[in-house]
Design a protein around this ligand. Structure first.
Ligand code: F6P
Length: 382
């Protein structure tokens, strides 16, 4: 191993710079060169002075605590569907994977450390079939939905930001005796809503893994007001679904994007709750605030553990794969285990049970029902 490259793909997540720094430092300390590729794979195709960055000690100084990524990122640099300008000036999705692999060889790159989510891992896997020598993935996403790893870096920061937002929304909801509906990110997984909702004392949490019935939500809100707590906090995942219905999208898929953009469920729910219960309701979309800014300590540590593990796997094994946190330890898992699906919340797992035990409504059963059948649940478990 003489020269490695590193890139960041897909949406940014707090901790990317901490990984970049840790990969670069542990590689430099082994006497290797480290090349940063700008904006996913774009830096290999576009010939600008800063398309490739030599990640020496100066380049990575002072970045540990910074949000975003010094390499830039994009969800439009899939080498198999890269936007190339056609003769009429229109961008056309083009397979440039051959060029990418040739550039790796030209630059003498022995391995790539790819920081990304399921999309980036699937691209890396396909590039290896075209001749890319080795790839070690590092699991990045605030959604925490990557298969094979218990946790991804960026998630803890998103949960922290969302929890703080819920604390702030409590006071204004209480002052106005309102229902505040908070729409959070997570795509098709409810991790952010579940963890922040419980940490931030939500009354209702709606996640994609548990389809909800509107009547259950209304009943929980009415119950709050009946009991004299005349405000309510509802946390809804952007990908949550009413039973029997699909997800709500605010923007369709374009030719270069893998995913259509989810959104709008929070406002729709606020209107439905107000109409059905008569309680004044407002919606807030936390959106990209959940991804921005400085990573929390947990993510900075996790990012560095993952980055250093990636370099150790390159140094000590011949294998490719993705670094994963399993049972508190780092493992290298095959890329095949990650692609083709996501890791959702376990709807009967301990965290959901915790929420139910403290009286949070998940929209699937009328308020109080869960407590009515607690003895039965306990018996089954024993
Ligand atoms: O996957 C991370 C994520 O932040 C999702 O939670 C969200 O749906 C999506 O990215 C938003 O993507 P974009 O950056 O294209 O707005």
């Amino acid at each position: 191993m003489r020269r490695i490259a590193i890139n960041t793909g897909g949406g940014d997540a707090p901790g990317l710079n901490a990984v970049i720094r840790s990969v670069a430092l542990s590689a430099l300390n082994r006497g290797w060169d480290v090349l940063g590729i700008r904006r996913g794979y774009e830096g290999l195709l576009v010939n600008k002075p800063d398309s490739l960055i030599n990640l020496d000690r100066n380049a990575i100084r002072g970045i540990l605590h910074l949000g975003g990524t010094i390499l830039g990122t994009t969800n439009r640099s899939d080498p198999f569907r890269f936007p190339v300008e056609g003769p009429d000036g229109q961008k056309v999705a083009t397979d440039v994977s051959g060029k990418i692999v040739a550039r790796f060889a030209e630059l003498g790159i022995d391995a790539l450390v790819a920081l990304g989510g399921d999309g980036s891992m699937s691209i890396a896997k396909q590039l290896m079939t075209r001749g890319l020598p080795r790839v070690i993935g590092v699991p990045k996403t605030i959604d925490n939905d990557l298969r094979g790893t218990n946790v991804t870096f960026g998630f803890a920061t998103a949960v922290e930001i969302t929890t703080e937002a819920l604390d702030r929304l409590h006071s204004t909801a209480q002052a106005h005796r309102r229902v505040m509906v908070v729409e959070v990110m997570g795509r098709h997984a409810g991790w952010i809503a579940l963890h922040a909702g419980i940490a931030g004392g939500a009354d209702v949490i709606l996640i994609p893994e548990i389809p909800y019935k509107l009547e259950c939500v209304y009943e929980k809100v009415r119950e709050r007001y009946r009991r004299g707590s005349d405000f309510a906090i509802v946390v809804v995942s952007e990908g949550a679904k009413e039973a029997g219905q699909g997800e709500l999208y605010k923007m369709g898929k374009d030719v270069f994007k893998e995913h259509a953009v989810l959104g709008g469920i929070g406002e729709r729910l606020a209107r439905q709750i107000e109409e059905a219960t008569g309680c004044e309701s407002r919606s807030v979309v936390l959106g990209h605030l959940q991804r921005g800014g400085t990573p929390v300590g947990y993510d900075r540590l996790l990012a560095q553990r993952m980055g250093c593990a990636a370099v150790r796997y390159l140094a000590e094994t011949e294998r490719s794969g993705m670094v994963a946190e399993v049972g508190g330890e780092m493992r290298l898992i095959p890329l095949e285990e990650i692609v083709g699906g996501i890791r959702g919340v376990d709807p009967v797992g301990d965290t959901v049970m915790t929420g139910r035990d403290v009286g949070i409504c998940f929209g699937d059963e009328p308020s109080g029902t869960f407590l009515d059948r607690v003895p039965q649940v306990a018996t089954e478990a024993s």
